[in-house]
Design a protein around this ligand. Sequence first.
Ligand SMILES: C[S@@+](CC[C@H](N)C(=O)[O-])C[C@H]1O[C@@H](n2cnc3c(N)ncnc32)[C@H](O)[C@@H]1O
Length: 403
Amino acid sequence: MDQSPLRERITDQFSYPGERADIWRAFDLLLETDAFLNLGYSEWYQPHVVGSSQRRLVTEVGARLASYLPATDGVRLLDVGCGRGGPAIHLADQFGFRVTGLDLVPYNITRATENARRKHVKPEFVVGDSTQLPFTTDSFTACTAIDALVYLPDRNSVFAAVADVLELAGVFVLSDLMMQSDMSETERAFVDSFAATWDMPSVGTVEQYNAALDDAGFELEAVEDITRHSVGQFRKWTTLYLQLLRTPVRSLLVRLLRAYDLDPSAITEQVRAAHHALPFLQHVIIVAKTRFRRHLHKLREYRGLASAFERSTDDWNDLRDGLQSRVIDEFESLVVPEYLVGVAIQVTTASDSVPCRREYVVGDTHGALPADVLEEPELATWLQYPCNLGERSIETGDGAEHE
Ligand SMILES: C[S@@+](CC[C@H](N)C(=O)[O-])C[C@H]1O[C@@H](n2cnc3c(N)ncnc32)[C@H](O)[C@@H]1O
């Protein structure tokens, strides 16, 4: 998909007075769209269309994030697709996160900056594209994306970009509008037409999100369907709006919208498309963690290195020294502050004509390796003997251990 027209359409949708911005300006009569643009969250007894449902969704996202972190105060958090800053400000205010908000649309960032100026918490806001994040590796401990990724044509590249700027074991919480799996062609056509009308290029299924997260090196922690707290309630409002259009109240409604300088036909087109698609849409929160992606990547390289040593030699010392110096050279680039993970090299050699399997471990953690490192299936076989840098553990083919 050509991204420039999409970019223009999204900018148009979220910038006053874009053609598609009218729907958001209409919502502004009921909701806090000066600061929040998400789908909101409500318990059954709470009114969804008035007041702070959108702030409540941010509280839900923040609470899930907090439950995966030892602390939140001062923790660096990136909010991608931050909109008009309400979520970033609320996350900073309520949880103490040090937030950077990023959004494609300059108008949103201007409003976010103004909104923050009025508060004592001061998130930073930048204009940018979520697929090309202007931050260095390991800049953040946590990331949120609240109902924003559905506007991106390519989820894979945004997940890869987020994985890059998150530090090891960083937590990513996203909420988004998704579609049900296994829809009929007619149902799919309703969703497609809704997506086109709202300029949402990638309404995906939960399975597609999960697969894309996995590809980007995230480990899935939780998936939660919150449809009944938001979009599950929307149809009564779209029904009411469309029914009113069929009654004498129509002219009053049209006049009212025009009085607010809103285009009734543009709004009606979007409401109607949403009405038909809503039964097949879901609102989902996903929690994922970046784990050991660099280690795994590096370990694959080491595995290649190890295979280079799979040869017979009678001179174990030479082999060990050569191996150690090469591994230690490489090791420098593997250092990760929290978990300084060692490298296990498996060497097949022959000593006294007896083929041996040797586990050579170079590496250290600043203490014991965390249990979850050891549980990583790919690491488990490689990091059996955490020990200090330079120490080694050698297992011979007969099961004996030598130093
Ligand atoms: C529905 S709004 C949600 C805003 C905000 N997360 C909130 O909860 O209020 C979606 C946001 O995603 C932004 N967006 C769309 N495409 C983007 C991209 N490629 N990079 C960054 N932001 C993007 C839009 O400008 C918009 O502000």
